[in-house]
Ligand binder design. Structure first.
Ligand code: BGC
Length: 376
């Protein structure tokens, strides 16, 4: 009987060990769970990685695009489990530097920056580098800092080419025997993007200026002469008003205005609406598809804009950060173009889309970027 009981005990022990083994097997399932966890970790890297806190420094709330950029980025980062600190700097370089300093002090692991002045962040970013903080340049390249690891933006030269090409196509410059009058407006010289916007547009337009098909009655053609501080609508409007009264008061026809973005285009449009005496409305280009600009396109007071989907740009940055959190190389598609003075910054370039009256509904409303009501 004793033997039977001990045998039973042994059987029980073996059974419970097997059950433990089963748990062990469950542990394997557990390790499946671990695999799943890793899967989860891929989705929620903040839960396990060294990268948890992300600072987002945007230039200003004045322009709709930066508000959307910032909000999209914050929402998408939080959806991935990161902690996101979003700050807007009021287009004030000192304020942006102070905000970045605060992000560093509060332990940010990555800082995403759309710089106000691309060359004014060298010192504060030395601090980022010293603390092992990863810096991602957002939309605008930060210059002269080796703390910048990655750059996410739209193909900037392509944006300029699209604007120039729109004018060339609309006036059929390739085939015409006529001459047309154009004025040129770009952004501030402290925004590195301006070199590409202006450069891309002039790549298309300069040959026509050189052969006399395009004439610039104001004579203002160089980047310095056509720059607009802080992308200011008011400054663009004043300059356009001056150009109109000095060159177009006598009935000279203004055929086109190359404008590098929408805030500048708005100033140009205001000046044309209020003071251009001609019967035609000139072709006016833009960039960002801000609602004011799209409304102007709908009412025939701006010809086109270039759409840079801020949701896509935010996603590109989130993909970079998720990769970094997983110890992987962030996705980039350009390692040649963007030299910030310390070397080439690996970049992820997205495709811009030219938008005008013919496709704005499909591109902007169809993609859910705006509702019809937004554009009323
Ligand atoms: C951006 C444009 C924007 C402009 C003014 C540029 O750096 O690339 O999209 O219109 O800044 O904020």
């Amino acid at each position: 009987m004793k033997r039977l009981i001990s045998l039973l005990l042994v059987v029980l022990m073996v059974f419970s060990l097997a059950a433990c083994g089963g748990n062990g097997a469950d542990d394997d399932t557990g390790s499946d769970a671990d695999v799943e966890d890793t899967g989860d970790d891929a989705e929620v890297p903040a839960a396990s990685g060294d990268i948890q806190k992300i600072g987002i420094s945007m230039p200003t709330k004045d322009l709709q695009r930066w508000t959307l950029d910032g909000e999209n980025l914050k929402a998408e980062l939080e959806a991935e489990g990161f902690e996101a600190d979003l700050q807007f700097a009021n287009n004030d370089v000192g304020e942006q530097v102070a905000q970045i300093e605060n992000m560093l002090a509060s332990g940010a692991d990555v800082i995403v920056i759309a710089a106000i002045d691309g060359s004014a962040l060298t010192t504060v970013l030395d601090g980022a580098k010293a603390n092992g903080v990863i810096v991602i340049s957002y939309d605008r390249l930060i210059m002269n800092s080796d703390a910048v690891s990655y750059y996410a933006t739209f193909d900037l030269e392509r944006v300029g080419e699209m604007q120039g090409q729109y004018i060339a196509d609309a006036l059929d410059l390739e085939n015409t025997d006529e001459t047309y009058n154009i004025e040129i407006f770009t952004g501030p010289t402290d925004d590195n993007n301006v070199n590409f916007f202006y450069g891309g547009a002039m790549k298309v337009l300069q040959p026509y200026i050189d052969d006399g098909t395009l004439v610039v009655p104001s004579g203002q053609v160089s980047l310095a002469e056509t720059a607009t501080n802080a992308w200011s609508t008011e400054e663009a409007q004043k300059r356009m008003e001056n150009i109109i009264s000095a060159n177009y008061g006598d009935g000279t026809v203004l055929d086109a205005v190359l404008s590098s973005n929408d805030s500048v285009a708005n100033g140009v449009t205001n000046a044309v609406v209020n003071g251009y005496p001609g019967d035609n409305f000139p072709i006016i280009t833009g960039q960002d598809c801000e609602t004011t600009a799209v409304k102007n396109i709908i009412r025939g007071q701006q010809s086109m804009s270039v759409f840079k989907d801020t949701r896509e740009l935010a996603q590109a940055v989130v993909d970079m950060i998720v990769a970094l959190a997983n110890g992987e190389e962030p996705p980039v598609n350009d390692t040649e173009t963007y030299d910030n003075g310390t070397g080439i910054i690996p970049s992820n370039l997205l495709d811009p889309i030219a938008v005008d009256i013919d496709n704005y509904e499909e591109v902007l409303i169809g993609s859910g970027y705006y509702t019809e009501d937004d554009l009323k």
